[in-house]
Ligand binder design. Structure first.
Ligand SMILES: [Zn+2]
Length: 462
């Protein structure tokens, strides 16, 4: 038996060889790339399905191995959480680089990759996708599992599956589905690499807002698709018909009534007031604001979520925070955020580039928002007091309410028009020299005087 087997083996191999020779070029056949353009259809288009929620990428490990994520980008988890943004310009729901980069996906085990899909959404240049996708099975001798910037993946054991460039299409929801040119799968791979470039037809902000990446296992479960969320919105128009506010409570319908009765009327009242308080010639704050309540408000560096944030003329509230704080901080947090909308100005969510100097540091912009909240909107709450408990560690640039307290002191003692002047500096350029110009004292001197005044008032010895 053994002998016979051995003698037939060479013949068998000879017979198989021509088959293998044919099979190789078939696998190398160019991938088929299907593009779909949607507007607000949950990424389902005539040609492409909505993102899957149980594909092989859902439990994969994603890692940046080249490039730098934009500071406003969502964490990488946004790429495979099976969730999609609710609106067209949501930095907090999309992953995006600052100048391109590489994302490595480790599927955890060799996987028969049947298809790859990438989804992005933006009203402008950040909708377009421009990337090359590679896969590897680690068989190559010179295999590099993490080819960083400047390393050609194809030279270190990676197989190019497809090159994608959707920049020739209108903005909106871009859906790309990549399937093998023939056969049921690209082959067995554990690692998939996305080499992501900026939109080649744009300048400035041109890194793609990637909303979701799917990698489908040919032997995986039947795919479940993201359900298009039903949107529950209400539009409020100011009495003078000048301002429009959209309230989106799709993720928190239970808060619709409370927001309509308690939150929106206060913000409606205060938004024009704040515009009047910190006007900048040539800068028009948006006349429309969207307030969205969300279950998750994750921002980089805030993995547990933030109570609220503003981006352009969009304000997002954490639904749980608003529910818990109805009689506490909810409305004050809203005032803080609409100050940011006024600071952003121009109505398009774009800050003007300063003419000289730079953008003010974050502690200044946050201090302005908290000054208006704590000292003008709700002074009775005394939420930004310096007390014996916190005076010891208080610093003028601690941001938020401590800085708000410092600003209040500067306003009372040196410069009544500080809020407006700081907002002008947001647009025309900020330097520390401005403090000396306005008050005759340096920022550090002012900070020390403020601290000393508080220590004396409280009878605390330095
Ligand atoms: Zn803020």
């Amino acid at each position: 038996m053994k002998l016979r087997n051995a003698s037939t083996r060479p013949r068998l191999i000879l017979r198989l060889l021509p088959l293998l020779a044919i099979a190789a070029p078939i696998h190398a056949a160019p991938a088929q790339i299907t593009f779909g353009l949607g507007q607000d259809s949950g990424f389902a288009t005539k040609t492409t399905p909505a993102p899957a929620t149980n594909d092989a990428a859902a439990n994969a490990t994603f890692k940046v191995i080249a490039g730098t994520p934009d500071p406003n980008s969502a964490p990488l988890a946004a790429l495979h959480d099976g969730k999609i943004p609710r609106s067209e310009d949501e930095p907090g729901s999309n992953f995006f680089f600052n100048g391109g980069g590489r994302v490595l996906v480790d599927l955890g085990k060799p996987t028969d990759v049947a298809s790859i899909a990438t989804y992005s959404w933006h009203p402008g240049a950040r909708a377009a996708q421009n990337y090359a996708v590679y896969a590897a099975d680690e068989a190559a001798k010179n295999f590099n599992p993490q080819p960083g910037a400047g390393v050609q993946p194809a030279e270190v054991g990676w197989q190019l599956l497809a090159k994608v460039d959707t920049s020739g299409n209108k903005p909106g929801q871009h859906a790309v589905c990549i399937t093998p040119g023939s056969g049921k799968s690209f082959g067995k791979f554990q690692r998939v690499l996305f080499d992501i470039q900026t939109n080649p037809k744009a300048q400035g902000f041109s890194d793609t807002f990637f909303s979701e990446i799917d990698i489908v296992d040919a032997n995986g479960p039947t795919l479940e698709r993201v359900k298009i969320p039903k949107r529950i919105t209400a539009v409020f128009t100011s009495k003078d018909k000048n301002f429009h506010y959209t309230l989106d409570v799709s993720e928190a319908p239970d808060l619709q009534e409370w927001c309509g009765k308690n939150l929106i009327p206060v913000l409606e009242d205060w938004y024009p007031k704040i515009i009047g308080l910190i006007p900048v010639t040539g800068v028009t704050p948006s006349h429309e604001i969207t307030f969205t309540l969300k279950d998750m408000t994750l921002l980089p560096g805030h993995m547990d979520g933030v109570p609220a944030y503003a981006s352009g003329n969009s304000v997002v509230f954490n639904a749980k925070f608003m529910r818990d704080q109805q009689t506490g901080e909810a409305i004050g947090a809203g005032i803080h955020e609409i100050v940011h909308v006024v600071q952003f100005g121009s109505g398009q969510g774009k800050r003007n580039r300063p003419r000289s100097g730079g953008q003010p540091p974050t502690w200044v912009t946050e201090g302005v928002a908290d000054y208006i909240r704590w000292f003008l909107y709700e002074p009775q709450s005394k939420g930004a007091e310096i007390t014996t408990r916190n005076v010891g560690r208080a610093k003028y640039d601690d941001s938020y309410r401590t800085t708000a307290n410092f600003f209040d002191w500067v306003i009372k003692n040196h410069e009544k028009d500080l809020m407006r002047k700081l907002n002008i500096a947001t647009h025309d350029g900020y330097t520390e020299q401005l403090w000396k110009d306005w008050t005759g004292k340096t920022l550090q001197e002012l900070g020390a005087d403020w601290k000393k005044a508080n220590m004396e008032r409280l009878g605390v010895k330095g």
